[in-house]
Write a new protein. Structure first.
Length: 258
């Protein structure tokens, strides 16, 4: 231990062997304290209300009351960090909606479980829910193997929508967020510019400035500006200034269109 209180953890699974395996895999995790187990949803609700765990390792499909039912019942009682441990990968989007911090598939691989638990420990230490959107975006990518890299999942008003890369006209940094601008409106997501740049790819998008990325197909014209900079005009009339670091990228566009 490092002088901090351990993360109090409850294991919920209807299979005794599964509970024992999770307990055994986490036995040497010094930052984890197993405070109890529950073999069904009703017992889980009672245990959460009584023990107020920091973290719940929660199965989704259990006889009677499933994992999502448990979370629904405890919403006004206690809000622990949740890591789903399940044999079913079709619940990933719903896991996103209830803000689970991770989603571990059975049969459980030790290192995968440890990674999820360490992520939960960090979340507990930070005591902040502000970056759940980023975590769940990454969760969707892990569960589905990034099967559809042509879309960006966006969480808004309790729902997950998917924005096609073709719809994105430009992206701007907004403090610790990024804003995706499309013809139909804007979407704010919690990613860094480096992360969104990696998602967008270099073929269709170009970085103009440390706070601006643009869809090449939406550029109408490029105008020279002062001291070697440029103004990029989009098809809707939006004007974006380039930054010194990214001049070469813009010059490459000019040469390519010559």
């Amino acid at each position: 231990m490092t002088g901090r209180e351990p993360v109090r953890t409850l294991i919920v699974d209807d299979e005794p062997l599964a509970r024992r395996r999770l307990r055994a895999l986490l036995a040497d995790e010094q930052d984890i304290e197993i405070v109890g187990e529950a073999g069904n949803g009703s017992a889980a609700v009672r245990a959460i209300a009584e023990k107020k765990p920091d973290l719940v390792l929660l199965d989704i499909q259990m006889p009677g009351k499933g994992g999502f039912d448990v979370l629904h019942e405890i919403r006004d009682i206690h809000q622990p960090i949740v890591v789903f441990v399940t044999a079913h990968d079709e619940h990933a989007i719903r896991a996103f909606e209830v803000e689970a911090v991770d989603y571990v598939l059975k049969p459980v691989v030790e290192e995968r479980l440890r990674t999820a638990v360490r992520r939960a420990i960090i979340r507990r230490r930070e005591q902040s829910r502000s970056d759940f959107s980023t975590a769940m975006t990454r969760l969707l990518e892990r569960v589905h193997g990034d099967a559809d890299p042509g879309r960006i999942p966006v969480r808004s008003n309790g729902r997950v929508t998917f924005v096609s890369l073709d719809e994105i006209e430009w992206v701007e940094a907004d403090r610790d967020l990024v804003k995706l601008h499309t013809r139909r409106g804007s979407h704010v997501i919690r990613l860094t510019m480096a992360e969104i740049e990696a998602r967008l790819g270099v073929r269709r998008f170009v970085r103009l400035h440390r706070s601006t990325i643009v869809n090449v197909g939406c550029i109408r014209e490029i105008q020279p500006w002062f001291k070697g900079d440029y103004v990029v005009v989009l098809t809707d009339g939006t004007k974006l200034r380039t930054g010194r670091t990214y001049r070469r990228a813009v010059q490459g566009l000019i040469r390519g269109g010559a």
